[in-house]
Design a binder for this molecule. Structure first.
Ligand code: ADP
Length: 426
């Protein structure tokens, strides 16, 4: 029976040992797998930089190593993606062009602020919506829809006018996927607001047309009189003199016109970098009055000048100030009545130097005031022409004032008089 007891003891010991061992391994494995599962869950949630500690060099150890490697790789490629994304976002935010990306069904996958601004999209959330829901402009939506439906893989480039008067240039580029056999997976639409460009183009072509017209009129007249004189049919001394006078007048008008055009283009071409100097306003105005003295006397117009303080200075280009005063005071004589008055005043406030030229002339009707600064605009072509006007005087004045960061205002009562009021920042 001793042997039996001995055997039983061995058997029991065996069971205990194997239970302990089994328990140890299984517990460790289960525990490790639990840990790994938790960590994988964390990664799935987006916490990429997880690592697990495991000291044993077994199969689970291999798994843990692989996990740690994967998580660090994931972390760095995610970081890469974030970097690229934020760069892309920064670029999209800062460009003035509107950018919209859509998928093949026309749903918006990306849109930048400029696109919202240009297309007047006020909805906060447009991602995922169909383009037609987002762009409420039928014409543009139609053009884009055509493109999407035709599934063309070409780059499209067209211009479109949106009401009331916005000009856009639109580029559509297909987005090709490198993964799906170079198939089109969507499109990028880029908008440029070219309204201002179009306007400038129109201003330019209008200007050229106007210049040609203005030059042709005196030239035609001169040519007509020269032909008549050359035919030798005019024998009468008085008529001859009258013809020559007209030719001389028209030539003067041509010269004035060309001078004004040159002045205007000179002011336009010089941007910021003007030859500034401190100018004594009083003596500058007196110079201009002196030049125009005879013209004023011809209509018996009295000119009064008040500058306060006496030594008021303005920092500007001397030629331009001269030109500005000349044009304004010349107008106040040209469009004045006989025996009229002109008051010229200059003074300063905290920020500005102010100049006012006021006359007792024919005045300007309110409806014309917004247009008088346009090139070649004249309220009464006949009257302006007779007085030697080119229609460019006030356009030049406005350009000069703007290039000095100043402002110009007009107030006028038809039949009573006009005041031009200029402020220039000190
Ligand atoms: P213009 O060479 O015809 O004088 P401006 O550009 O100097 O051209 O002026 C544009 C138009 O504005 C003039 O044709 C005139 O009708 C009007 N105008 C300008 N100054 C005055 C003024 N002081 N009083 C009345 N009308 C004025």
């Amino acid at each position: 029976s001793d042997a039996w007891t001995y055997l039983l003891l061995i058997f029991l010991m065996d069971i205990i040992i194997s239970t302990v061992l089994w328990y140890r391994f299984t517990y460790r494995n289960v525990h490790s797998i639990k840990t790994i599962t938790n960590e994988v869950k964390e990664v799935a949630k987006g916490n990429y930089s997880r690592t697990i500690r495991y000291e044993y060099d077994d199969e689970i150890g291999d798994l843990v190593k692989t996990f740690n490697y994967m998580s660090s790789e994931l972390k760095s490629s995610m970081q890469d993606m974030y970097d690229k994304n934020s760069k892309l976002e920064a670029v999209l935010k800062s460009i003035v062009n509107g950018v919209i990306a859509i998928d093949n069904s026309g749903n918006v996958i990306l849109i930048n602020d400029s696109a919202k601004r240009i297309l007047d999209i006020s909805d906060a959330e447009v991602i995922g919506k169909h383009l037609l829901e987002v762009i409420r402009n039928y014409k543009l939506a139609q053009a884009l829809d055509d493109y999407i439906n035709n599934r063309t893989d070409v780059v499209l480039d067209f211009e479109i006018t949106l009401p009331p008067s916005k000009n856009l240039s639109v580029f559509i580029n297909p987005i090709m996927s490198s993964e799906f056999h170079n198939k089109r997976v969507g499109s990028v639409i880029v908008f440029n607001d070219i309204t201002e460009l179009k306007r400038l183009e129109k201003v330019r072509s209008d200007f050229v047309a106007n210049v040609s017209h203005e030059l042709r009129t005196p030239l035609t007249s001169i040519m007509g009189f020269v032909e008549t004189l050359r035919d030798g049919n005019v024998k009468d001394e008085d008529t001859l003199k009258k013809f020559l006078d007209i030719i001389s007048l028209e030539t003067e008008r041509l010269t004035r016109l060309i001078n004004d055009i040159l002045t205007l283009s000179k002011i336009e071409n010089v941007k910021e970098d003007i030859n500034k100097e401190l100018i004594d306003l009083k003596s500058e105005i007196e110079d201009v009055i002196y030049i125009l003295e005879n013209k004023a006397k011809g209509k018996n117009i009295k000119v009064s000048l008040s500058v306060q303080p006496d030594n008021l200075k303005v920092s500007a280009d001397k030629d331009w100030i001269h030109q500005l005063l000349l044009n304004l005071i010349d107008n106040s004589i040209k469009y004045n009545k006989d025996n009229g008055y002109i008051w010229i005043r200059a003074w300063e406030d905290i920020q500005n130097v102010c100049i006012s030229v006021k006359d007792t002339g024919i005045g300007i009707k309110g409806e014309y005031i917004p247009r008088i600064f346009e090139r070649f605009y004249r309220v009464d072509k006949g009257r302006s022409g007779n007085a030697g006007g080119t229609g460019l005087g006030l356009a030049i004045v406005k350009h000069i004032v703007e290039s000095m960061n100043g402002n110009i205002h007009v107030s006028s009562i038809p039949g009573q008089g006009t005041e031009f009021f200029i402020t220039i920042k000190k």
